[in-house]
Design a protein. Structure first.
Length: 264
């Protein structure tokens, strides 16, 4: 608890280096990770971690792959989440926000030196709808609209608003164990006990309280993605402060359901 974020990150990096040495760097082609882990808990890396992974990849000749499928395209208040730490990966995967989900599309970006390998070798890959013109047109139009409407800048601004709202919810509800957010990518972890952090539902499972909270929200016009003991807060990037407040008001009431079984 008394160590800085940088020291914390260094501990993790030292651990990662130990694993690389143990496995043998020549046996590791790449390290692939989400820049900010999405569904599994909106896990925001401590400052220094991504820079440390980049340095380890450079040191041992390992390709660094950033999965930006969930965290990319403005979700965290930057075009790509990895930009928060000033890191350039060798390969980046993207999808969802690439077309604002108006059409299905995934893409992989890579550094020219990696792409050059495919000048000589055929990349054997293909899906029925690979490079479908309608999806590609949707991506181009989406990127243009996001730039014109300054959607990423808006998401960055609303990120601060969401952070304050989540902090307030945390302070007023005993069943809130922790809140985290970066841009418009947030999460509430619900617990039965703040001290022990006993989750409101088991890993990979649900509980009557989590089910009741979800039902209350749906009945009151708020669709939220709940997962195990967590509630993900991942609103459209164009959301206004007023709309966010409207949703948070429903959630504020819904949390009284989980508060009933939480130790004060
Ligand atoms: C972070 C992340 N990476 C990868 C995927 C899988 O993407 P695809 O279906 O394009 O393979 C998902 C899908 O939900 C995801 O959230």
């Amino acid at each position: 608890p008394n160590i800085s974020e940088e020291e914390f990150a260094r501990d993790y990096i030292n651990h990662l280096e130990e694993i690389i040495l143990y496995e043998g760097s020549e046996s590791i082609a790449a390290i692939l990770m989400e820049s900010v882990t999405g569904t599994n808990g909106i896990i925001i890396p401590p400052n220094g971690y991504m820079q440390g992974v980049r340095a380890l990849c450079d040191k041992y000749g390992i390709v660094m792959i950033a999965d930006e499928v969930m965290s990319g395209f403005g979700r965290t208040g930057k075009w790509f989440a990895i930009e928060h730490w000033g890191v350039v990966p060798d390969i980046m995967t993207m999808a969802k926000g690439l077309t604002s989900a108006y059409a299905p599309l995934g893409a992989v970006a890579m550094k020219p030196e990696i792409a050059a390998a495919f000048d000589e070798q055929v990349f054997e890959s293909g899906l029925t709808y690979t490079s479908h013109p309608i999806s590609l047109a949707a991506a181009v139009a989406n990127i243009q609209a996001m730039r014109e409407d300054q959607v990423v800048e808006h998401a960055a601004g609303m990120g601060g608003v969401l952070r304050r709202m989540l902090t307030d919810l945390g302070e007023s509800h005993p069943s809130v164990g922790e809140v985290r957010s970066i841009g418009l990518f947030g999460i509430i972890e619900l617990v039965k006990d703040r001290k022990t952090k006993e989750p409101m539902a088991p890993w990979n499972g649900s509980s009557p309280e989590m089910a009741a909270l979800r039902t209350y929200c749906l009945d009151n016009g708020l669709f939220l993605y709940t997962h195990w003991h967590t509630v993900l807060i991942v609103p459209p990037l164009i959301i206004t402060e007023e709309q966010l407040r409207e949703g948070m008001d429903v959630l504020d009431k819904a949390l009284t359901i989980t508060d009933k079984v939480a130790n004060k």
